[in-house]
Design a protein around this ligand. Structure first.
Ligand SMILES: Nc1nc2c(ncn2[C@@H]2O[C@H](COP(=O)(O)OP(=O)(O)OP(=O)(O)O)[C@@H](O)[C@H]2O)c(=O)[nH]1
Ligand SMILES: C=C(OP(=O)(O)O)C(=O)O
Length: 214
């Protein structure tokens, strides 16, 4: 008789408040940019929640409306712990995750992955879980979309300009998991959004982009 293995990961998803996030989508108009930030976060979190290896999802955001909407999906929401310090906020959130669920390894995952497939996330986490510290590079091979550590002590995300190189320099394992295009496809620009749509976006982003004829 087979049984489902217990969840092994707690996923922390940081979301910059829609009022100021995704500045490079400004050419699409301010209202569209804000709606897209919310849709990306909802689709990202929905794909994460469907992964049986994930035991808890913690969203970090200072936007209380978004916090309410995401909490309705079944995630916990924390405010940013440190002003203007994404990596500091993530470490703070990981400590809270550890307090609640010491059995789970912390994972930080960007909220701008509207094409994310649960199967690809699951495959990437299986590979990452074989290393003390691991990360997934973005589609450009310059940034990072996911960082994980086996234990809280090793969890030191280095998101920011040139973060792939920063994670490699820190000795983190680069996860390829065969290929995980949906996990690498972060959306910063209108061209990135086209690429995500070509991969196939989640329902919230799909409804919006179809309605807007993007
Ligand atoms: N909670 C929180 N999340 C952040 C913060 N800065 C960035 N993020 C999130 O971290 C991830 C990666 O950030 P970026 O891709 O640089 O997003 P961004 O800052 O909205 O985009 P740009 O304005 O285009 O630089 C996304 O999920 C963002 O929402 C922050 O200060 N607090
Ligand atoms: C913060 C990052 O995202 P982006 O390059 O998409 O701004 C990163 O890649 O580390």
């Amino acid at each position: 008789m087979s049984s489902t293995p217990p969840p092994r990961f707690g996923v922390i998803v940081p979301v910059k408040p829609p009022a100021v996030a995704k500045s490079r989508l400004a050419p699409l108009g301010d209202a569209v940019r804000r709606d897209l930030v919310v849709a990306f976060a909802v689709d990202t979190v929905t794909a994460v929640l469907e992964a049986p290896v994930v035991g808890e999802v913690l969203v970090v955001t200072d936007d209380h409306l978004l916090a309410r909407g995401l909490a309705d999906l079944g995630v916990r929401v924390l405010p940013d712990g440190a002003t203007d310090d994404l990596n500091g906020s993530l470490v703070q959130a990981a400590a809270e995750l550890h307090r609640r669920r010491p059995d789970l390894s912390p994972v930080a995952l960007c909220a701008d992955l509207p094409a994310l497939r649960t199967e690809e996330l699951t495959r990437a986490l299986a590979e990452a879980g074989r290393h003390d510290v691991a990360f997934v590079a973005d589609a450009q091979g310059v940034g990072t979309t996911l960082v994980t550590a086996r234990h809280l002590d090793g969890f030191a995300p280095r998101f920011g300009a040139g973060s792939r190189a920063a994670h490699l320099d820190a000795g983190a394992h680069e996860v390829t998991a065969g290929d995980v295009p949906s996990l690498r496809r972060d959306v910063d620009t209108p061209a990135d959004l086209d690429a995500a749509i070509a991969l196939g976006v989640g329902s919230r982003t799909g409804i919006l982009t179809t309605a807007l004829r993007l």
